[in-house]
Design a protein around this ligand. Structure first.
Ligand code: C5P
Length: 231
C-alpha cells in the first residue's frame, strides 16, 4: 500500500541519527514528517533537508512568536529550505509577518490557535480573556485565516467547528492528538482516531509515539494508512 500524505509522523527524538533510523524503518510507508524544537540543536534542519532530498514532505514545527520584523526575517530564512509546512503562533501580527517572510516560496504557514496543553486556569494566568477554550480557539482560527494563514493546527475536537467557518474555505486543518483505536494516550487528553479526525475536516493528522515507539513502526504506520483508505 502506498504512503498517504494525510499522515504526518512526528519525529520527537533528540537528534538526526535517531530520526534517520525511524525514517529508514518506515521506508515507503510514510511520506510526510514533522520535525520540532526538540531536535533543533540535534541536527533538525539537516534532517529536514535530507528528507526533502529523499522525496519526503517536511513540516517544521517551530511555533514562532516575536515582533513582526523578527518573525518575517526568521521565516524568510526558513523558507529558503522550501519545506512544506511551518508553524507560527496564530496572533494576527505574527501570521501577517510570516506570510510576508515566506514571499514566493511554497512553504505553507500554519497557525497555532491555543496550545492543547493549556486549560482555562493557564489562560487566566496568561491574562487571556474569559470564555471557554473551544470558542476562543475557533475565534483565533478565524483571525489567523483573515491574517492570511494557509491553515491551522487544531485538536480533532475543534476540527469540525473550524471547518464550518466560512473563512476556512480552501485552508488546511492539521490535527495532532490522534490515536489509532487501542493505542496508548500518553499525555494526550482530547483524542480522536485517524478516520474520525479526517471525517471531522482535518486535511492531515500528526501521529508520533504510537508509530515511532511501536515494536514494528512500519506495521503501525501501514495500519493508519489502511484506516485512512476507508475514509
Ligand atoms: O506522540 P504524539 O502523537 O502525542 O505526538 C503529537 C505531536 O504533535 C507532538 O510532536 C506534539 O508536540 C505535537 N502537538 C500536539 N498538540 C499541539 C501541537 C502540537 O500534540 N497542540
Amino acid at each position: 500500500m502506498p504512503a498517504d500524505d494525510r499522515l504526518i509522523v512526528a519525529l520527537d527524538v533528540p537528534n538526526l541519527l535517531d530520526g534517520g533510523n525511524i525514517v529508514d524503518q518506515l521506508g515507503d510507508s510514510v511520506s510526510f514528517y514533522k520535525i520540532g524544537l526538540g531536535m533543533l540543536t540535534g541536527g533538525g534542519f539537516a534532517l529536514a533537508n535530507e528528507l526533502k532530498q529523499r522525496g519526503k514532505r517536511v513540516f517544521l514545527d517551530m511555533k514562532l512568536f516575536d515582533i513582526g520584523a523578527t518573525v518575517e526575517k526568521a521565516v524568510a530564512g526558513i523558507a529558503e529550505y522550501d519545506l512544506d509546512f511551518l508553524t507560527v503562533h496564530g496572533d494576527p501580527h505574527v501570521v501577517r509577518a510570516a506570510i510576508a517572510g515566506r514571499g514566493d516560496h511554497a512553504t505553507r504557514i500554519l497557525a497555532v490557535t491555543i496550545l492543547t496543553s493549556l486549560d482555562r486556569d493557564d489562560l487566566d494566568a496568561c491574562l487571556i480573556q474569559s470564555g471557554d477554550i473551544q470558542t476562543l480557539v475557533v475565534e483565533r482560527a478565524r483571525n489567523a485565516f483573515i491574517a492570511g494563514a494557509d491553515g491551522v493546527i487544531a485538536s480533532p475536537q475543534e476540527a469540525a467547528l473550524i471547518r464550518a467557518l466560512p473563512e476556512a474555505a480552501g485552508k488546511l486543518i492539521v490535527t495532532p492528538g490522534v490515536r489509532p483505536a487501542g493505542a496508548a494516550l500518553g499525555d494526550q487528553k482530547r483524542v480522536a482516531t485517524p478516520a474520525q479526525a479526517i471525517k471531522d475536516g482535518a486535511d492531515h493528522i500528526v501521529i508520533g509515539r504510537p508509530i515511532w515507539q511501536a515494536t514494528d513502526p512500519r506495521k503501525a504506520a501501514l495500519a493508519v494508512v489502511a484506516e485512512l483508505a476507508t475514509v
